[in-house]
Design a protein around this ligand. Structure first.
Ligand SMILES: Cc1cc2nc3c(=O)[nH]c(=O)nc-3n(C[C@H](O)[C@H](O)[C@H](O)COP(=O)(O)OP(=O)(O)OC[C@H]3O[C@@H](n4cnc5c(N)ncnc54)[C@H](O)[C@@H]3O)c2cc1C
Length: 406
C-alpha cells in the first residue's frame, strides 16, 4: 500500500491531506502535527479569534474525527525528528519510524526573537500558534492593558488593531521610517500609519529598541532613550522558515527549502509547501518564498497532485489580505517587482477607499484594493495579461477594470 506522509499541521499540510483524498488517492495518509491541535489556519489568530468575535471553528480546518472518517491518521503533539530520504523513512519523537512513498515538508516558520536584554522575561510574547493567541487574548480581552508592539509588520499591526478595539493602550515601535514599508513601500505604508494613529495608537517610527525591562516580568521597553511602560510586549519582527528536518537530510536550502514549480525538492519523494518552501515561480522565472495564507492553500493542493505523480505547478499570482479596524484590504501581485514600480491610484486614499496599482513600464505587476470589493479577480486578470495600460485609464473610476483589457 502506498503511504503519503505530511509533516506539519498548518494550512499547507492540512490542505494537502484533504487534496490527496479529493484527488481519489485511497492509500495510507499520515499527518504529523507538532502542535496539539488538528491542522489549522492562522489569520484569525491576530484578528477575530484574538478579539473574541470568532471561535475555534474559524481556525481549525476540520475536527479530529474528520481525519478518521477520511482514513487519515492524524498524529498531534508529536514532532518529526529525522528524515532519511535514501531509506524513504521519517522518524518521530518517541521513536516511531514511518516508511513513506512521498513525504511533504509543510513545517512553516517560527517567529524571530530579537536578541534584546530582557527578551526572555515573562510577558514578552510572539504570535504564531493558537496557544500564543490564547495567551495574548487572556489579558487583552479585559481591556485597560498597556501593550507595546515591537515591529510594524502585518502581525504587529493586526494585533495592535485588535488590542485597540478591545480597549487597550498600544504603542508600536518600528525601526524603519514607515510601517509595512518592506511589503508596500513608503507611500502605501503611510496609509497604515495614519490608520493606526487615527485609532489612537502611539506609533513611533525610526526608533531603535534598546531593551525590555522589568522585575520578574516585562514592565517596560526602553526605546529612543525613553522607557515605555508595558503590561505586555509583543515582538513581531518576522519569522524564520523551519528547515531543520530538510537541512539535516542534506536537502538544498536557499531562503527555505528549495523546490521547483511542482514543489519537488532535489531528493526523490520529498516535497515542500507553504511558508517553508522557496518555490520556482514559472511566470516570474525565479524562486519566491511566500508567507501568506493563499500560498499555503494553493501549495497544499499542488503538493498533493505532485506527490501522486500528477502534473502540477504552483503558478498563482501571490495574494494576501488583512483586516485592521474598519479597513479591509486585498493585495495581489509579485512582491519582487513592486519595489521599482510606479504607483497609480484609483479612488480616494484619504477616505481609505481605493485601488493602488503598481506598474512597471505600464504593466500592472501588483494591485491592492482597500475597502473596495469584488475587484480582485479583475486585478489579477490585469496582472496576468501583462498588457500596457495608460495610467489615466487605470486611474479613471468610470472605466470598469474588466474593460481595461483589449
Ligand atoms: C498571527 C498570524 C496572522 C496571519 N494573518 C494572515 C493574513 O491575514 N493573511 C495572509 O495571507 N496570511 C496571514 N498569515 C500567514 C499565514 O498564516 C501563513 O502563511 C500560513 O500559516 C503558512 O502555512 P504553513 O502550513 O506553511 O505553515 P504553518 O501554518 O506555520 O504550519 C506549520 C506547522 O508545522 C509544524 N511543524 C514544524 N516542524 C514540525 C516537525 N518537525 N514535526 C511536526 N510538525 C512540525 C508547526 O508547529 C506548525 O504547526 C498569518 C500568520 C500569522 C502567524
Amino acid at each position: 500500500m502506498t503511504h503519503m506522509v505530511i509533516v506539519g499541521g498548518g494550512l499547507a499540510g492540512g490542505t494537502a491531506a484533504e487534496a490527496l483524498r479529493d484527488e481519489g488517492f485511497d492509500g495510507d495518509v499520515t499527518v504529523v502535527a507538532g502542535e496539539a491541535h488538528p491542522p489549522y489556519q492562522r489569520p484569525p489568530l491576530s484578528k477575530g479569534y484574538l478579539g473574541g468575535s470568532e471561535g475555534r471553528d474559524a481556525v481549525i480546518l476540520h475536527p479530529a474525527d474528520w481525519y478518521a472518517d477520511h482514513g487519515i491518521r492524524l498524529v498531534t503533539g508529536v514532532s518529526a525528528t529525522t528524515l532519511d530520504p535514501t531509506a524513504y523513512a521519517l522518524h518521530l519523537e518517541g521513536g516511531e519510524r514511518l516508511s513513506y512513498d512521498a513525504v511533504l515538508l509543510a513545517t512553516g516558520a517560527t517567529p524571530r526573537m530579537l536578541p534584546l536584554p530582557g527578551h526572555d522575561l515573562p510577558g514578552v510574547m510572539t504570535l504564531r500558534r493558537l496557544d500564543d493567541s490564547d495567551a495574548l487574548a487572556a489579558p487583552l480581552r479585559g481591556g485597560g492593558r498597556r501593550l507595546v508592539v515591537i515591529g510594524a509588520g502585518w502581525i504587529g499591526m493586526e494585533v495592535a488593531a485588535t488590542a485597540r478595539a478591545l480597549g487597550n493602550d498600544v504603542v508600536i515601535l518600528e525601526q524603519g521610517a514607515v510601517p509595512l514599508a518592506a511589503a508596500l513601500g513608503a507611500e502605501m505604508g503611510e496609509v497604515f500609519r495614519r490608520l493606526h494613529i487615527d485609532h489612537g495608537v502611539d506609533l513611533r517610527t525610526s526608533v531603535g529598541v534598546e531593551r525590555i525591562v522589568g522585575d520578574g516580568r516585562a514592565e517596560g521597553v526602553v526605546a529612543g532613550g525613553e522607557t515605555l511602560p508595558a503590561d505586555l510586549v509583543l515582538v513581531g519582527v518576522g519569522a524564520v522558515p523551519n528547515t531543520a528536518l530538510a537541512e539535516a537530510a542534506g536537502i538544498e536550502l536557499q531562503n527555505g527549502v528549495l523546490v521547483d514549480a511542482a514543489l519537488r525538492t532535489g531528493a526523490p519523494g520529498v516535497f515542500a509547501a507553504g511558508d517553508v518552501a522557496n518555490a520556482f515561480h514559472p511566470v516570474l522565472q525565479r524562486h519566491l518564498r511566500s508567507e501568506h495564507w493563499a500560498n499555503a492553500l494553493n501549495a497544499g493542493k499542488v503538493a498533493a497532485r505532485s506527490m501522486l505523480g500528477l502534473s502540477a505547478a504552483l503558478d498563482d499570482i501571490p495574494y494576501f489580505y488583512t483586516d485592521q479596524y474598519d479597513l479591509g484590504m486585498e493585495l495581489s501581485g509579485y512582491a519582487p517587482l513592486m519595489s521599482d514600480a510606479e504607483i497609480v491610484v484609483r479612488g480616494d486614499v484619504d477616505a481609505r477607499e481605493f485601488i493602488a496599482f503598481w506598474t512597471d513600464a505600464g504593466r500592472v505587476v501588483a494591485g491592492m484594493n482597500v475597502n473596495v470589493w469584488d475587484v480582485n479577480e479583475d486585478v489579477q486578470a490585469l496582472i496576468r495579461s501583462a498588457e500596457r495600460i495608460a495610467p489615466d485609464r487605470l486611474r479613471d473610476p468610470a472605466t470598469p477594470l474588466a474593460e481595461l483589457l483589449s
